[in-house]
Design a protein around this ligand. Sequence first.
Ligand SMILES: Nc1ncnc2c1ncn2[C@@H]1O[C@H](COP(=O)(O)OP(=O)(O)OP(=O)(O)O)[C@@H](O)[C@H]1O
Length: 236
Amino acid sequence: MQTPLAFTTRGLTKVYGEGRSAVHALRGVDLEIPQGEIVVLLGPSGSGKSTLLNIIGGLDRATDGTAHFRDQSLSEMSDAELTRYRRDHVGFVFQFYNLMPSLTAQENVELVTEIAANPMDPDAALALVGLKERTDHFPAQLSGGEQQRVAIARAIAKQPEVLFCDEPTGALDSTTGRAVLEVLRDVNARLGSTVLMVTHNANTAAMADRVIHFADGGIREVVRNPTKLSPSEIEW
Ligand SMILES: Nc1ncnc2c1ncn2[C@@H]1O[C@H](COP(=O)(O)OP(=O)(O)OP(=O)(O)O)[C@@H](O)[C@H]1O
């Protein structure tokens, strides 16, 4: 049996601005992403990767075309429905961790678990990212990699079907970056979350099931990896 699809887009188009200053960020993207995969999006700066992630993550709307999460049309959702979609189904991890500085690691995770439909225990989420001993620390008392792991714990604590990661290792050195990728791989394996990751580090593609190469607002190529490397084997 074929794996069900997490996302399907048809003719997905995004234009920022109007007239002579219009920027065509997505030019009719047709895409299918099966559930449970690790998908890496690569491509030059400005090619539309983040725009695609933001639209299928329910943070932004397309100008034209359709995007579905399973059988739900994101394009037809009201703002309130999109908010519910983000809250119930997806987690986000960004390059800069966006933690609340005045809250501990555990409290940062609780911000999400208190409103999620099917949350994990915050301690369990922090244990999953290897921070069991640091739950009472504030962001300023944690290294960059540890802060990113808190951000991942916060994103996974709602047990999202999908985890969107935009340059999750962009601010990290190679050792810490690999450790963060290990966490993402574990989340994919243990929770079955589909992981979509935008990155400038082309070597990261080796840990993906599927690699989408972007260029100039469109997909240039989709490559399926016959075998995946463990993050510890990835060159940096
Ligand atoms: N809010 C916005 N207003 C106007 N133009 C925008 C906006 N957001 C993105 N763009 C433009 O849309 C195009 C695609 O941007 P996007 O951020 O999706 O690219 P990207 O591939 O993720 O780039 P990067 O790798 O640098 O993050 C770029 O030309 C960008 O300048």
